[in-house]
Design a protein around this ligand. Structure first.
Ligand code: PMP
Length: 287
């Protein structure tokens, strides 16, 4: 059955949805996006996603076509119309259509598109088996903190991973892991009695993941030490555990990096605990 999607003020069947070929999102990847997960028909962490959306828009000097309240109403209406109990809602804002010119147009009419996707999130076979990731050079631009639709480098990296029989790719820059193709990267180290969780510090080199922040909070409340610093590919391969986070995968264990098993090569207890904690808290919010 065809989905109902939202395009510039209208709810239409996906086959009827239209965007100009002069849209700057299409011509220049001049647009930003957000993905919010849905559990029990409710948006998870949506306020934080909207805060990040505004940050992306502000960094690119792009106006927001609707208020946050209006955006949330559209998101909720789409969930209802498409009967989404579990899955995600995708939102994209571009600078809109204008004659093709590299300079930003003066009074842009931004385009706003939203669509839903049904997806099983809580039950994931990969949570049981773990993921294999390959390491690949970070070919992305220097403002990865802006969530733009310019995603060709991550698409290339993910496709390379799949071609090599892996699940995903983690990017490496100057010997250090920045993040995954569409997720934040973490390693876990046992140091004496302490469990230390390491993830790259915030900056222009990574996307400031909403799930990353929640999971770091849960990790601290569970008594783990959290270090935000660069970690090398070598340090990751020697870690006791590794995992990744994103809005649609929550927390997933990483059991192999290139040809090296991480720890004993099985999903570890810390990733499992953090995944359970995240899902429990997210479900509690859905009331
Ligand atoms: N890094 C990158 C490059 C991503 O594309 C994503 C997911 N969009 C993330 C991290 C995770 O962010 P979030 O937890 O907000 O989904």
């Amino acid at each position: 059955m065809s989905r109902t999607v939202y395009v510039n003020g209208e709810f239409v069947a996906e086959e009827q949805a239209k965007i100009s070929i002069f849209d700057r999102g299409f011509l220049f990847a001049d647009g930003v996006y957000e993905v919010t997960s849905v559990l029990n028909g409710k948006l998870i962490d949506n306020d934080a996603h909207l805060v990040r959306l505004h940050r992306s828009l502000d960094e690119l000097d792009m106006p927001a076509p609707l208020s946050d309240q209006e955006i949330t109403q559209v998101q909720q209406k789409l969930l209802e119309l498409n009967q989404i109990d579990e899955g995600m809602v995708y939102l994209q804002i571009t600078r809109g259509a204008a004659d093709r010119d590299f300079g930003f147009p003066e009074n842009p009419q931004p385009s706003l598109v939203l669509f839903t996707q049904k997806k099983t999130l809580r039950e994931s076979p990969k949570a049981e088996t773990g993921l294999k990731v390959i390491l690949t050079p970070d070919l992305r631009w220097a403002r990865r903190d802006i969530k733009t639709v310019g995603l060709l480098a991550p698409c290339m990296a993910k496709s390379q991973a799949v071609r090599q029989g892996a699940d995903d790719a983690w990017f490496v820059e100057d010997g250090y892991i920045t993040e995954g193709s569409s997720n934040n990267a973490f390693i876990v180290k046992k140091e004496g009695d302490e469990t230390v969780i390491v993830t790259r510090q915030l900056g222009c080199e990574i996307l400031h993941g909403i799930t990353r922040r929640s999971v770091m909070g849960f990790a601290k409340s569970a008594g783990f030490k959290v270090e935000e610093r660069p970690f090398s590919a070598e340090e990751a391969k020697q870690a006791d555990e590794a995992f990744l986070t994103s809005a649609t995968t929550f927390v997933l264990p990483v059991v192999q990096i290139d040809d090296t098993p991480v720890g004993d090569g099985k999903p570890g207890p810390v990733a499992r605990q953090l995944r359970e904690f995240y899902i429990k808290e997210a479900m509690a919010l859905t009331g």
